[in-house]
Design a protein around this ligand. Sequence first.
Ligand code: HEM
Length: 207
Amino acid sequence: MLASRWLGHPRFLLAFRLLAALCASVPLLFLVSGIAVQSLGPDPGQEVTESLGLAAFQLLIATLCMTPLKRWTGWVGWIRIRRMLGLFAFFYATLHVLAFLQFILGWTDLWATFTKRPYIVMGALSFLMMIPLALTSTKGMMRRLGKNWKQLHKLVYPTVFVAWVHFIWQARSDVGEMVFYGLVILVLLAVRWKRAGSRQMIPFVRG
Ligand code: HEM
């Protein structure tokens, strides 16, 4: 009883949000410190690009975990950080694309760049799908779009799947990590399927 009052306390929820924001910032802090002390290895540009892509992907998956966690624990704190995690995922994905252009393929002839390899097409597709999700993640957009908002935000499932295809396609050797993420996505999709039609399953919504 005491614990549940404490868990629902606004100050505790705020502290949890701040902690989540701090955790989501860790990949960026690592990269910035790595650049500062020049510890990113022989190809820093590649390292920066890969780390940002991984952070975007992991945060996208974390975003999708929030609703099941809320349902299983009954604690509203998970929902309070969902939109923030989704926006962090978009932030990292944007930096990932910019790093790719800056360090790997350059800014000339963007069409040729993005269609150069199938895994890059997948990355670009996933990124394009993230844009409307991020742009419509505000409460104002939720109100404005009404029922269509719910439909639109189902896009997060193909988005994470296509990002996973991009991830596994670019792998050169050990795909164990990718298979693990694939299984996590499969479980999340199965949970979503079971609860199809429920408003609570929509990602990026603040409860
Ligand atoms: C226009 C969009 C994108 C482009 C051009 C792009 C490009 C790249 C490139 C060049 C790599 C490195 C491949 C290598 O090691 O040779 C990479 C890796 C990766 N990307 Fe993307 N990407 C895009 C979008 C995305 C998005 C939207 C996500 C996730 C939401 C993502 C997640 C990843 C992941 C997880 C990796 C592997 C990182 C690792 O090896 O640890 N990418 N991407």
